[in-house]
Design a binder for this molecule. Structure first.
Ligand SMILES: CC(C)(COP(=O)(O)OP(=O)(O)OC[C@H]1O[C@@H](n2cnc3c(N)ncnc32)[C@H](O)[C@@H]1OP(=O)(O)O)[C@@H](O)C(=O)NCCC(=O)NCCS
Length: 188
């Protein structure tokens, strides 16, 4: 992520349907994002890595993916992904970005396992995680709120072999789509 991304991330926080990033309906100014993005980098290995997701063809910012709670000793991390605006969701961008994040996590950082937390109400995110190879690992009660009610979180995890099998299946489906809608191996 860099400073130039602050404006678009701030704009997404005022999209009422989204209620991203635990700010609820409180809009967040670009200044807040600029402050967060210009902080000092950590002295040692970071405990989180956040990356902006942008279209290859015109560099338009779509959202972000991240590795959180990075545990360099036990080689685990939590993944997060946000496609900022509704019009860009359910088009496969979130899964393509996550596949690249997982390749980075498993094949470059050599992590052993990734996990992800999803509110029970977020059925689209569950569907996306299952496509990406994640498997149900548990449930944590009363951990979130949605529309003024308490909701639970479902926990998912994935090992490298499970991700590889899911990526093969995803690539096969991509290859069988029409050329205009297909996503190539290099992410373009
Ligand atoms: C979750 C998110 C990152 C997924 O990215 P995406 O680009 O929308 O996901 P994809 O298009 O790759 O896959 C979504 C799948 O859910 C399906 N889907 C769409 N709406 C759905 C719904 N209401 N319930 C169940 N499945 C749904 C889509 O059909 C698609 O499956 P398919 O490819 O088999 O048809 C994105 O939707 C997003 O940012 N949502 C808001 C923020 C968020 O929830 N972040 C995750 C927090 S845990």
């Amino acid at each position: 992520m860099d400073l130039a991304d602050a404006g678009v991330f701030a704009r997404a926080t005022v999209e009422e349907r989204t209620q991203l990033m635990k700010t609820g309906r409180i809009p967040v100014s670009p200044l807040v994002w600029e402050h967060a993005l210009s902080g000092q980098p950590p002295a040692g290995p970071p405990d989180r890595i956040e990356l902006t997701v942008a279209l290859v063809k015109d560099d338009r910012v779509l959202g972000s993916v991240a590795l959180l709670e990075l545990d360099w000793i036990n080689r685990s991390a939590e993944t997060a992904s946000y496609i900022l605006f509704e019009d860009d969701r359910s088009l496969g961008y979130g899964t393509e970005a996550k596949m690249l994040l997982m390749e980075y996590a498993f094949d470059h950082l050599r992590l052993h396992v990734l996990n992800s937390w999803v509110r029970t109400t977020n059925t689209r995110s569950v569907a996306a995680l299952m496509k990406q190879g994640f498997r149900p690992a548990g449930r944590k009660y009363w951990t979130g709120t949605k529309d003024g009610r308490y909701v639970d979180h479902l926990i998912f995890d994935v090992l490298r072999e499970e991700w590889l099998a899911a990526r093969d299946a995803w690539r096969e489906r991509q290859a069988s789509r029409t050329p205009s809608s297909a996503v190539s191996d290099d992410g373009s």
